[in-house]
Ligand binder design. Sequence first.
Ligand code: HEM
Ligand SMILES: *[C@@H]1O[C@H](CO)[C@@H](O)[C@H](O)[C@H]1NC(C)=O
Ligand SMILES: *[C@@H]1O[C@H](CO)[C@@H](O)[C@H](O)[C@H]1NC(C)=O
Length: 319
Amino acid sequence: MAAPRSLFMCFVVLTAIVLPSCAQLVPDFYDQVCPQALPTIRTIVEQAIEREPRMGASLLRLHFHDCFVNGCDGSVLLDDTPDFIGEKTANPNNNSIRGFEVVDEIKAAVDSVCYGNVVSCADILAVAARDSVATLGGPSYQVLVGRRDSRTASRDDANNNIPAPFQDFQDLLSKFNQQGLSLEDLVVLSGGHTIGLARCFSFRDRIYNDTNIDSGFAGYLRTICPQSGGDDVTQPLDDTTADFDTVYFSKLLQTKGLLHSDQQLFKGDGSASDGLVRYYSNNPQAFWADFGVAMIKMGNIKPLTGTDGEIRMNCRKRN
Ligand code: HEM
Ligand SMILES: *[C@@H]1O[C@H](CO)[C@@H](O)[C@H](O)[C@H]1NC(C)=O
Ligand SMILES: *[C@@H]1O[C@H](CO)[C@@H](O)[C@H](O)[C@H]1NC(C)=O
């Protein structure tokens, strides 16, 4: 019942006011209004990654941090102003999330090829995340679009909802469960750490205090990340930081996870999580397939659709 009725609603709104407007996300939302929208995003993502491979990781993470805070609605992109507190200075984001200039570049390019303000900032994040993963050698799943942008943001919700690298397994799982995501989603999506970097601030406690860490690995990291100071010194999340491969999972089997939260997924206790880490470490095809499915699920967290929210003219500001 639900699917046919939504499609019918899309059709009615389409013929009535010409702009597409659906109650649910679909793959072909921009096909009629701006067929060049998605190829344009892809081109700019590829150029940005060519300039700096890390940018793919940064764009993937932006979509995650957007979706976990009241849905995938572009809230993470809003700048703080004297009378507006956004999410950029929340603890998980402050001095950490990046890629905003590339999002601005994409927005300008899609406005140009679409002859106007047609593509939402929330959709730009979802598509750029998919294209980043594909460009770095990962899966290219069919991304769903049709999101609209929020007029609100919440620093408190960013602090409360985004998982922290210091958390233990049960807390990580409950953050995912709160978003309607499962244990399987937690493990496979954490595989996003196959690309990108983390700051000393994020792994200091682990390398000085954790016991489930390879001693050579910890010793080496201590030479890079001092016990105090050097918060912003970065280290790859796995050894092949620009390849969307399964090395992240293999390293967990060797207790060489960089973040405390990474190693929580493999504790050598025979848990279901251990089993999934072992499985993905040996099955790149399964990792890629399941990652794509889980990304679509994450991208479906509480999107604004229809006439809710707005299509922002500038991703950093409400209209
Ligand atoms: C399981 C809970 C998670 C925790 C606790 C976590 C935590 C972190 C932390 C602490 C960093 C480094 C930030 C810094 O030091 O500045 C990071 C980086 C990153 N995270 Fe996660 N993360 C989680 C899940 C995810 C998910 C689900 C994705 C995407 C699917 C993801 C994608 C990334 C990427 C790509 C980077 C590197 C970003 C860059 O280099 O700019 N993470 N994460
Ligand atoms: C964000 O980081 C800056 C620079 O380290 C710091 O001055 C500021 O207090 C932080 N903001 C919040 C809200 O924690
Ligand atoms: C490690 O644990 C000790 C004792 O709980 C704590 O004082 C310290 O801040 C922790 N972190 C580091 C980096 O040593």
